[in-house]
Structures are given as structure tokens and as C-alpha cells.
Design a protein. Structure first.
Ligand SMILES: Nc1ncnc2c1ncn2[C@@H]1O[C@H](COP(=O)(O)OP(=O)(O)OP(=O)(O)O)[C@@H](O)[C@H]1O
Ligand SMILES: [Mg+2]
Length: 351
């Protein structure tokens, strides 16, 4: 996929995502549709390798002592001077902080005076083929792709408060196929990761565990699912359709909980390992924010609090007007986040 941004300007923000209008063949192909559509990047359901996030840094000598936009662009460029395999492409380069001579934690160095400018950045790369497939799919639906945005970065826009990002927080977006993590501290993104486990596996477990078709298992999960058995009334029962034309059966809701709980526990333990591995586990004082469709399930916050031993809240999308009631669900965090991200980073998107 070709990036459509041109040049690099100063200031905080994602340097790979300065938009320019579509031109030439692209405009001819997509021009009749006015929607500029940021698309979220999915993780790899088979191994989490489609997207990878890591931190890097670059240093430059400042020519005229006063930091210009060109200096900031040069130091960001220097931070990207790393070998990236030919089958991967950079989708995000997000400045975390600048260090000018001995002074660190600078968010905006433009206009400051110094001799040695250092930038710390978070870089996200994606497999070229998977990015191309997403762009092709969207183009075939008659829409143009303005950007590819990592899911958890989009969700963070809609769900996390600036105070949480400053103090330190881990966003865990639990979707259908993957669980996507983004960690923030001092207002900057520090770590991103994708775990190949999500709500689809829970549905699969229910289908096998109570011998019901997958579509029924999905409905039962959404209606009666609870991942903490201790929260379920022991006398509560549910009617479950059987496979092969057999009669529906009555199953205890406790049994449903016993099927779901170990899978969610596994998921949180994997997320906890990822948070520990990041090295930022001691600085997420705001705790954990759960979002994504699977975070709707009863018991998620309570079980997460036990496993992470941190304060946990369920994150709903905010920062929008209009049909707020329709999208006020953790399921729409990425969608709302993409719109907010597009508004923040695009020079062409008008909302
Ligand atoms: N009320 C509910 N209770 C439990 N799970 C739910 C509920 N509503 C939706 N889900 C689950 O949420 C998942 C979908 O969430 P979401 O829309 O965030 O995923 P996605 O972003 O499309 O997937 P991915 O992040 O893997 O790409 C599905 O597994 C669905 O079963
Ligand atoms: Mg998702």
C-alpha cells in the first residue's frame, strides 16, 4: 500500500498520517465518493504477527540552536533509521517525547533552544500483504482508504481520558478475533500488542460445551454470559436449542459461566503477561480500561480486577454528538475512535 501523506511537519502527532487529497488514478477510481475512510488494522488471528509495535529513538545536532519544524522532521526520520523487512511496512510513527540537551519529557520542542535533539517514538509495522488486502477490500466496496490505523490506537481516542494517559493506563480492547492492547504513560503511547484470542473463542467453547449450534451459542453468550461464576445465581437456568433436531434442553447458567470463566481468565493472564513484558506495568497508575464487544459481558470488570490487581473500568466511546445512544457501547469504541482519529489527523476530513 502506498502512503498518501507527503512531507513531515512539526508538532506532536503521528508523522505517518498527514493526509493529502487523492490524486490521479486514485481520484478517478474513488472520487465520486466523498467519504475519506480510515480503516482499522486487524491483528493476526494466527500469531499476532501482522502488526508489531516497538520503541525507537533518534538523535540529531541542531544547526541554528533554535528548533525548527525541519529539525523535528529530521529527528523523527533518524528515529526511523532501523532495518524493516521488505515484507513489512510502517503504519505509525508516534512521537513519545523529545529530549533537548539534558531536558527530557518535552512534548513540543518547536522554538526551543539547544544543540542536541533526541526523539523517542513508538513505531507500528504491518505485513505489507495484509495491509494491501484490507485496502483492496475497502476499495472494492467503493470507498477510498485515507489511512490504516491500529485498532487499539483508534479505540484509545474514543475511550481514554487525557488524565489517564498522563498518569498511565492500559487499554484492553477485546474484540471477536483478537485482544488489542495499548499502554500509555506521560501522555504518550508506550506499548502496543495483539493477542490472538477474543470473543469468538468463547462462543466456540459454549457451542462445544453445551452442544448447541454456533449461532445459538453466540446468542446465549450475549444474553446470559457471565465470566464470574460467583456472581451467578445457582438456581438460574436457561433453555438451550440442541443440534440435529433434538429437543431444547434446560441448562444451569452456572454451567455456562463455568465454560466461559477459564477462557476469559486465560485471556486476562495473557494480557497481564504482555503488560509485564512491556516494562511499563509499574507505571499504569490509572489501571486498566476494558473495551471492545466482549467487554460488555457481565463479570469482566470484576474478574479483571482480581487478575490484574489494579482498578478496572469498562470504557465506552465518548467525544461525539448526534446518535450518542446508538454508539454508546464498548463495541463501537474502534469505530468512534476512527472518526475522532480522522478528525484529529486529517487535513481533508471535515466532520
Ligand atoms: N453482550 C455481549 N456479551 C458478550 N460478548 C459480546 C456481547 N456483544 C458483543 N459481544 C462479542 O464481541 C465481539 C465483537 O466485538 P467487537 O465488535 O469489538 O470486535 P471486532 O472489533 O469486530 O473484532 P476484532 O477486534 O477481533 O477485529 C464478538 O465476539 C461478540 O460475540
Ligand atoms: Mg476490535
Amino acid at each position: 500500500m502506498r502512503h498518501r501523506w507527503r512531507g513531515k511537519t512539526g508538532g506532536a502527532g503521528d508523522y505517518r498520517h498527514r493526509h493529502t487529497p487523492f490524486k490521479g488514478a486514485e481520484k478517478r477510481r474513488c472520487g465520486k465518493y466523498r467519504l475519506h475512510c480510515p480503516v482499522h488494522k486487524k491483528g493476526n488471528r494466527r500469531g499476532g504477527a501482522y502488526v508489531k509495535g516497538f520503541n525507537s529513538h533518534g538523535v540529531i545536532a541542531v544547526k541554528d540552536r533554535e528548533i525548527t519544524k525541519a529539525d523535528i522532521a529530521r529527528v523523527i526520520e533518524a528515529a526511523q533509521a532501523i532495518t524493516i523487512p521488505t515484507d513489512r511496512e510502517v503504519i505509525h510513527v508516534i512521537p513519545q517525547e523529545y529530549i533537548l540537551d539534558q531536558q527530557d519529557c518535552i512534548q513540543e520542542p518547536l522554538g526551543m533552544t539547544g544543540t542536541r535533539l533526541e526523539a523517542k517514538v513508538h513505531i507500528v509495522t504491518a505485513a505489507v500483504a495484509s495491509a494491501q488486502n484490507i485496502v483492496k477490500s475497502v476499495n472494492r466496496a467503493g470507498l477510498a482508504v485515507a489511512d490504516i490505523v491500529l485498532q487499539q490506537i483508534a479505540s484509545s481516542e474514543a475511550v481514554l481520558g487525557q488524565d489517564e494517559k498522563d498518569l498511565g493506563v492500559a487499554l484492553i480492547d477485546i474484540g471477536g478475533g483478537t485482544t488489542d492492547i495499548a499502554m500509555y504513560h506521560n501522555g504518550a503511547i508506550k506499548h502496543t500488542a495483539v493477542i490472538s484470542l477474543g470473543g469468538n473463542q468463547i462462543t466456540g467453547d459454549i457451542a462445544v460445551g453445551i452442544r448447541t449450534p454456533a449461532e445459538e451459542a453466540e446468542k446465549i453468550k450475549k444474553k446470559f454470559g457471565c465470566c464470574m461464576t460467583s456472581m451467578i445465581d445457582k438456581n438460574e437456568t436457561i433453555e438451550v436449542p440442541s443440534v440435529g433436531g433434538r429437543k431444547p434442553r434446560v441448562v444451569s447458567r452456572q454451567i455456562l459461566g463455568e465454560i466461559i470463566e477459564p477462557r476469559v481468565e486465560e485471556l486476562f493472564q495473557l494480557a497481564n503477561q504482555e503488560i509485564t513484558k512491556s516494562g511499563y506495568d509499574n507505571v499504569i497508575a490509572s489501571g486498566i480500561v476494558l473495551t471492545g464487544g466482549t467487554a460488555i459481558m457481565d463479570g469482566m470488570v470484576e474478574l479483571a480486577e482480581q487478575i490484574f490487581n489494579l482498578p478496572v473500568r469498562r470504557g465506552l466511546p465518548t467525544g461525539i454528538g448526534g446518535l450518542v445512544d446508538v454508539v454508546r457501547s464498548p463495541m463501537y469504541s474502534t469505530g468512534v475512535g476512527l472518526v475522532l482519529y480522522g478528525k484529529k489527523h486529517s487535513t481533508t476530513l471535515v466532520l
